[in-house]
Design a protein around this ligand. Structure first.
Ligand code: NAD
Length: 344
């Protein structure tokens, strides 16, 4: 009898990665998770306890060498492992480059050494590569990273495309817009709006809305993200880049309305777009993928699981001001003119 396909999910104990694990197992695959648990948690995979087709290697992606047995016979790699929080990247640019860029190269080298069994390597890229972009944003929009997180993720994507070009590695890259859903990150650093607001709701504290709340984000429910990654692994197409978003941006005020609760306003951060909005026509045409979970349905699912965020840090305007101080210092100052004149 043929063995089940083997998927490696880096960052599989994290938010999106754990949903990728769910989907791969549901499709009958064996799954090998690589995660150093710096941001992820074992609890995100607890519902699979006793599942013989799932293993978790608590290891740093940067410690792998080509030929590592974990990559033996692997059919596909879903590469989510990395540091996902934007704000601390301003103070730790090298650490972000080390994990998100060089760590990705390590994974590419291990995938290359896996040889013929490897049918696809799918990279979790970020829409932050577009910077302050025209919307709706297509994949051929100029690349303009505004901060070290965006830069490091884009270097990772460039590496994937380079390994495809030079070594013929069957790579695809998906630029994720704003994923949200159950198990979204609750790390100690100030970060994604959902985790911040859900903890505030549990505490009865006001939602710290950035700016006037009219800024819009292309929120996509996490199971739809995982479906896109599976489609990118199953397609015969290689060397491609796709946006993944709902293509239907929602304002932060709308999110507040759905969550329900008092609000306090905090200063808008420089370098952050007023609107993120994915043009998803390419992924729809190439992969036949389309979002399935509406924003209202997704927020309801998250609210039904709100206890998950009970242990998350509780942010208020003062603690947010402290943790974003370096961001304002660096990104708030006038930019050198020459930077914008570079050829794109
Ligand atoms: N969440 C989003 O909206 C979004 C948007 C664009 C791109 N992405 C990318 O998708 C990926 C997953 O994001 P997420 O939101 O699920 O974040 P997450 O922090 O929940 O998941 C990342 C996982 O990678 C693990 N990890 C970090 N450094 C590692 C290392 N050196 N070795 C091994 N494992 C390591 C963490 O422990 C964590 O489990 C990230 O690469 C992120 O940049 C996410």
């Amino acid at each position: 009898m043929a063995r089940p396909p083997i998927a490696i999910v880096t960052g599989g104990a994290g938010f999106i990665g754990s949903h990728m694990v769910d989907l791969c197992l549901a499709r009958g695959m064996s799954v090998r998770v690589i995660d150093n648990l710096s941001g992820g948690r074992r609890a995100n995979l607890e519902h699979h306890r006793g599942e013989a087709r799932l293993t978790l290697a608590e290891r740093d992606i940067r410690g792998f060498e080509p030929g590592d047995p974990l990559f033996a016979d692997a059919d596909c790699v879903f590469h989510f492992g990395g540091i996902g929080d934007l704000v601390p990247s301003i103070e730790n640019p090298f650490e972000y480059a080390s994990v998100n860029a060089l760590g990705t190269m390590r994974m590419l080298e291990c995938a290359r050494a896996a040889g013929a069994s490897l049918r696809k390597f799918v990279y979790a890229a970020s829409s932050s590569c577009y910077g302050l972009a025209e919307v709706p944003t297509r994949e051929d929009h100029p690349i303009r990273p505004e901060h070290p997180y965006a830069f490091s993720k884009n270097v990772g994507e460039q590496a994937c495309l380079h390994w495809h070009k030079v070594y013929g590695l069957p790579v695809n890259s998906i630029r994720i817009f704003n994923a949200y859903g159950t198990r979204s990150r609750t790390s100690g650093v100030y970060g994604a709006v959902f985790g911040v607001f859900l903890r505030q709701k549990l505490a009865g504290a006001p939602f710290t809305v950035v700016g006037d709340g009219t800024q819009r984000r292309d929120f996509l429910y996490v199971t739809d993200v995982a479906r896109a990654f599976l489609a990118a692994a199953e397609t015969p197409l290689v060397g491609r880049v796709w946006n993944v978003g709902a293509g239907n941006p929602q304002s932060v005020n709308r999110l507040v309305e759905l969550l329900g609760g008092p609000v306090v306003y905090i200063p808008k951060r420089p370098g952050e777009p007023d609107c993120t909005w994915a043009d998803i026509s390419r992924i729809q045409a190439d992969l036949g993928w389309a979002p399935e979970v509406s924003f209202e349905q997704g927020v309801a699912k998250v609210l039904a699981n709100i206890e998950y965020w009970r242990d998350a840090p509780l942010w208020d305007p003062a603690s947010i001001a402290t943790s974003t101080k370096a961001w304002f210092e660096h990104l708030g100052r006038p930019r050198a003119e020459s930077g914008d004149k570079l050829p794109r």
